[in-house]
Design a protein around this ligand. Sequence first.
Ligand SMILES: [Zn+2]
Length: 229
Amino acid sequence: MSESELPADDLLSRLRRFHSDYFPLHQQRFQDLVAQGQHPKTLFIGCSDSRVVPYLLTGAGPGELFIVRNVGAFIPPHDGSHGLHGTMAAIEFAVLNLRVERIIVCGHSHCGAIRAAYEGAPQEAVALHAWLKLASEALLPVQPGPEALRRTEQRAVVLQLERLMGYPMVRRQVEAGALSLHGWHYVIEDGEIHVFDALQGGFLPASVASNSGTGPYQPYVEHDGQVIA
Ligand SMILES: [Zn+2]
């Protein structure tokens, strides 16, 4: 075992600390959530990257976020196939059963999935190969340097928002004004989310943005005029 891996007994002591230190202070909240059930208003679809921490970023507590995380924060097309699509199932559940009012798609800087979409994945990773194709329309025809990778990460977020609009229950709720879609790009080293604002024509740092995303999808035009269709 390398030194960077968490020894099993350390993990156990963390579990005990949660139970003995954290839980007693928040016991009522957890018990209310059991008695009344969960009613999260937000579906958060984020990359699995360990540096993306949804609760810290949003200040949310237990019961507030319904979370799906996968490699790249990608969304498969709602094609009616009978494959085992955990992400698709979670979106359907969140919209149809939980009636969430917001869906956030959160990509981030230095995303390994976006890099791998350019550079490829190990031969043996057959599922990963297929999965990374969900970003292929966002790739730029260039050697991926830092700037191109950042743009691709943002383009991938917009692409996933478009795919969300291909989910009949999502489109229906968005068009009814009951659901808003938010595209976020988290810049880890700055500690700042950049929110997608179609009206402004791109991503804006949350510190200067007037909203947390433009809600219902509108066509995305990049600064150079390129439209992701
Ligand atoms: Zn990532």
